[in-house]
Design a protein around this ligand. Structure first.
Ligand SMILES: [Mg+2]
Length: 366
């Protein structure tokens, strides 16, 4: 991935941004169409988060959105306190150093709003600031909530009917036989042409993950995401050396430093890139370059929340040279009440929306 010489750190973006006249932060609570949607680490009937708008004196508005990530320790209340403390300083002093006191999704929220503001002020799409355009659309996967094998297979079939050719199956290791039945039922129902990955969200031991992998490998699984606890580097290494399904880090890959460690330890085949957990598009781009240099696969992980969040991550996805598709940029489809429009999924693909910044529109009525 090239960078064209644009400094997309908060400091660099603030240097390129117009004078700021104010900000607005709005709490979002997007109900799930299926309120029973759950994975191994959580079950919430709605997706909570924030939408931030930064106002430039040139009348341009930069917008971004993130959700809370409870299982990585990023809770809405803490995020709100930190953001309300630093945003007045960002606006009045255009001080990039205060943004560096933020972590994870809070830092990402401010960094992304600045990307949108600077790109819109320059009347270009955000990807123009990030690198050379490699593709105009990206295949997307949909994630299947933990349910009975029969129910998961039914949801899978309806998503394939909608045009998706990529699905991710959540596992939880409450009962490894049940996990096996889930994968078996889905593969039987959707047939051989649909690409499947699985994600256990840390619920297996290394030995357990190897065992279930040996049983489900017959169903042609492309990736086994975060099989073991996030701190179990040895477990990931063990699997990296012998598992029949490639291993991808998600929760374990939650910072630039952690990804560096995973690469040095040769612990994984791939990394799930998520802008919020990594702290911004600049950090995510840094991780992409580190992985590419090391021959580690780069995939865009789930950006659960408003279309605005997936739209921002899409701007990064389209400039990554060796992106492994599908990207997990369609989860907004299972949320309701999104105040953002302009990003659409068709035939299992998301296309660049066009337009400036992230290319989507925030409702005036928000
Ligand atoms: Mg995951």
């Amino acid at each position: 991935m090239s960078n064209k010489g644009y400094d997309i750190s908060p400091k660099g973006l603030l240097g390129a941004a117009p004078r700021l006249t104010g900000f607005r932060i709005v709490r979002l609570e997007l109900p799930k169409s299926d309120p029973t949607w759950r994975f191994a680490l959580a079950a919430n009937p709605a997706s909570p988060g924030f939408l931030l708008q930064l106002y430039g004196e040139n009348k341009v508005v930069g917008s971004a959105s993130v959700g809370e990530i409870q299982h990585l320790g990023y809770r809405l209340g803490d995020m709100k306190d930190a953001l309300e403390k630093i945003l007045p300083q960002v606006v009045s002093a255009k001080d990039g150093s205060v943004v560096e006191s933020l972590v994870g999704p809070s830092r990402a929220l401010v960094q992304m709003a600045l990307v949108d503001l600077v790109a819109r002020s320059n009347q270009v799409a955000a990807h123009e600031l990030l690198g050379d355009l490699r593709r105009e659309s990206v295949r997307v996967t949909r994630i299947l909530s933990l349910k009975s094998p029969e129910e998961m297979a039914k949801v899978a079939a309806s998503l394939v009917d909608e045009g998706y050719r990529d699905l991710k199956v959540k596992l939880d290791n409450k009962d490894a036989d049940l996990d096996f039945e889930r994968v078996a039922a889905i593969r039987t129902k959707v047939g051989p042409s649909v690409n499947l990955t699985v994600d256990a969200n840390q619920s297996y031991s290394a030995e357990g993950a190897l065992s279930i992998s040996n049983r489900i490998a017959q169903f042609n699984i492309d990736v086994f995401e975060q099989p073991v606890p996030q701190d179990d580097i040895e477990g990931m290494k063990y699997l990296r050396e012998r598992n029949p399904i490639p291993i991808e880090a998600d929760e374990a890959a939650n910072s630039v430093e952690r990804v560096d460690e995973l690469i040095r330890e040769k612990a994984v085949h791939g990394v799930s890139i998520k802008v919020p957990k990594l702290g911004g598009i600049d950090k995510a781009a840094q991780v992409v370059r580190m992985c590419s240099d090391a021959g580690v696969q780069v995939r865009i992980g789930a950006h659960v929340g408003s279309r605005l969040l997936s739209a921002a991550a899409l701007q990064l996805a389209v400039v990554i040279d060796d992106l492994v598709e599908p990207a997990e940029l369609a989860e907004f489809e299972r949320l309701e009440g999104d105040p953002v429009t302009g990003l659409r999924i068709e035939n299992g693909k998301v296309s660049l929306p066009g337009g400036h910044g992230f290319g989507v529109s925030v409702s005036e009525a928000l």
